[in-house]
Design a protein around this ligand. Structure first.
Ligand SMILES: Cc1cc2nc3c(=O)[nH]c(=O)nc-3n(C[C@H](O)[C@H](O)[C@H](O)COP(=O)(O)OP(=O)(O)OC[C@H]3O[C@@H](n4cnc5c(N)ncnc54)[C@H](O)[C@@H]3O)c2cc1C
Length: 564
């Protein structure tokens, strides 16, 4: 149950008044504090910071966004009445502060039970629904409660995700492969690779060589564009979740016996259902609402403003220069505190006078992975659930495509995120995700060729019939994944340099070059605002958000699947 409650935004006055900030203990707002905060980027981190300043202080935020869209990577893209969510953003957080914050911006839908449980990566929490919640058929400002389903597509068949050793899994894999999986698992347990140094060895030591080749290798290599033996083992510990192999076997055996007792089986299935919150029109809707509130409360969100220079003087950041993307007009904006969510690599290049060579060398060497979504509007899918008698749409939100003979890495079915993302309910709106590097062969392909590739690949692996495609679009998103290779292991040198400017705060995902989800990105922004309001100059608590080493290590021990 969420303990903190949401209360009204305190009105602007000239003196100190009592605040009721979201999730933070009640504190005193000092509206006489009229400093100016310059915030680079209108993604989740930048907008959270702006909103926090306005609800908790007199500090005026000016958000500078280089694109013409709100929400950063978590924006919703509109295409002929249909909407695309890049990545598929589940709204779930272990932080009450974040959950409260989201539900204050968009209330949960009517029809959600008065108390409902949402779950994510083995974490669950019970939330109180707003009563009466808005009806999504009639109102837009609403957060849906959605069921999560995702599977792996391999050998032209579906496998549960996280992997379960169910009868269907065993049947789909076949007896020969099952024996190989068993033997290689026993080998890995008896003779583990000593001093494991890369991701391939990490996987083999935990799951055996055959299971690694079956379920992990192809997808991981698609995401990172390099072989698993070239990726650090540390990465496995950070991004793996799922179930313990021994527990999976126990579960498989007990479920065979449960099969005859319908009620027990039903109970198991219910407990495995994962649910998450999701804005009716995708994640961007929430961030557009936050931006609207920022404007309403007296902040500014300026679009098409590319920050090209960051001016430093006497141990402080003093101003930024922006370039208006349509006119090329430049403007220098001064401020008291500065937040950056732009990629560290670009931030360091923009600092003037120039940073030392050593720092530039590290920041220039940071690596990112980029992303293309091909949106396909189709009349139907060929695949259907085996237990479905009618030709209804499969229920997956997304599918990991493990087939090594195609480049597509993941498939989103936007209808299943929110039916309101699709203009025509009789159509299926798909997002084919390709992981690439800016400037490589995939990135520079023409839109027509990418659409052809997408249609051809999905038809080849038996998911659609090309004749059923009625429309398509392509979206390229640079720097979606900050990578933990390149000069990443020297990032401290950059942090040390930037740390000498105590009015500069690095927050968010690319802003910190950290694999942060929305909630972590928001928490870094919230913590930075806390520090400013509390007069704390040490920024270590901002960098500590999402470190959670024990949590990741614990998960790694128990794991069986790589997530995005
Ligand atoms: C495939 C995928 C799936 C994901 N799934 C989930 C999920 O299920 N749940 C979840 O919570 N999170 C998920 N995330 C993570 C989430 O998208 C990020 O954590 C979040 O968007 C980061 O917010 P941010 O504000 O730090 O950065 P961004 O979203 O990157 O925003 C930064 C903003 O800064 C702007 N900017 C950059 N440079 C400049 C400049 N020079 N001048 C002005 N503006 C600039 C950019 O245009 C952008 O709008 C996913 C991400 C990906 C890629």
């Amino acid at each position: 149950m969420i303990e903190t409650t949401l209360r009204e935004i305190a009105p602007t006055t000239s003196g100190p008044i009592i605040d009721s900030t979201i999730g933070k203990p009640t504190s005193v707002i000092d509206r006489r504090d009229t400093r100016k905060a310059v915030i680079i980027g209108a993604g989740p981190a930048g907008l959270t910071a702006a909103h926090e300043f306005l609800t908790r202080s007199g500090i005026k935020p000016i958000v500078l966004e280089k694109s013409d869209e709100i929400g950063g990577i978590a924006r919703t893209i509109r295409y002929k009445g249909n909407r695309i969510d890049i990545g598929g953003h589940r709204f779930f957080s272990k932080s009450d502060r974040v959950m409260d914050w989201w539900m204050k911006i968009l209330p949960t839908e009517k029809g959600a039970e008065s108390e409902f449980t949402i779950t994510y990566q083995n974490q669950s929490r019970t939330l109180e629904a707003q009563t009466p919640g808005p009806d999504p058929d009639h109102e837009d400002r609403v957060m849906l409660v959605r069921e999560r389903k995702s599977r792996i597509y391999f050998l032209r068949k579906f496998f549960d995700y996280p992997i379960s050793l169910s009868l269907t899994t065993m049947r789909n894999l076949g007896i020969i492969r099952m024996i190989k999986i068993g033997l290689s698992y026993i080998k890995a347990m008896l003779l583990p690779i000593k001093n494991e140094s890369n991701l391939e060895e990490f996987f083999i030591n935990r799951f055996g060589g055959e299971l690694y080749r079956t379920f992990f290798r192809s997808y991981t290599e698609k995401v990172w564009g390099r072989a698993c033996h070239e990726i650090s083992a540390e990465w496995g510990a950070q991004r793996i979740k799922g179930l313990n192999i021994v527990k999976a076997i126990q579960h498989a055996v007990t479920s065979i016996f449960r099969r005859s007792t319908g009620i027990a089986q039903k109970g198991v299935e219910t407990s495995l259902i994962e649910r998450f919150l999701y804005p009716k029109h995708g994640p961007g809707q929430l961030w557009e609402e936050v931006a609207r509130q920022v404007g309403e409360m007296g902040g500014e969100v300026r679009m098409n403003q590319d920050v090209v220079q960051i001016h430093r003087r006497g141990g402080k950041i003093v101003a930024v220069t922006t370039r208006e993307r349509n006119t090329g007009m430049e403007e220098t904006i001064d401020g008291d505190v500065f937040f950056s969510t732009m990629p560290i690599k670009e931030l360091i290049r923009s600092i003037t006078p120039k940073a030392e060579e050593k720092v530039l060398e590290v920041s220039d060497g940071l690596v990112y992975r980029d992303f293309i979504t091909v949106g396909l509007l189709v009349d139907r899918l060929i695949v259907k659930d085996s237990n479905s008698k009618v030709q209804s749409l499969i229920r997956d939100n997304w599918i990991y495509v493990q087939e090594p003979d195609v480049k597509v890495g993941r498939l989103q079915i936007f209808n299943n995120w929110s039916p309101y993302l699709v203009a025509d309910p009789n159509k299926v709106w798909l997002g084919l995700e390709y992981f690439c590097n800016e400037g490589d062969e995939l990135w520079t392909m023409s839109d027509a060729s990418l659409i052809f590739l997408g249609k051809d690949e999905l038809a080849r692996i038996g998911i659609i019939d090309i004749a059923d495609v009625s429309d398509a679009t392509v979206i390229r998103v640079p720097k979606t994944y900050p990578a933990y290779f390149g000069t990443y292991d020297r990032l401290d040198e950059v942090k040390e340099f930037l740390g000498s400017y105590d009015n500069l705060f690095l927050v968010g995902r690319n802003g910190m070059h950290k694999y942060n989800n929305q909630d972590h990105s928001m928490l870094t922004a919230m913590t930075a605002v806390d520090n400013i309001l509390e007069g704390r100059t040490d920024q270590s608590n901002i960098w500590a958000v999402n470190t959670e080493q024990e949590y990741h290590e614990e998960k790694a021990k128990e794991s069986a699947a790589v997530s995005s």
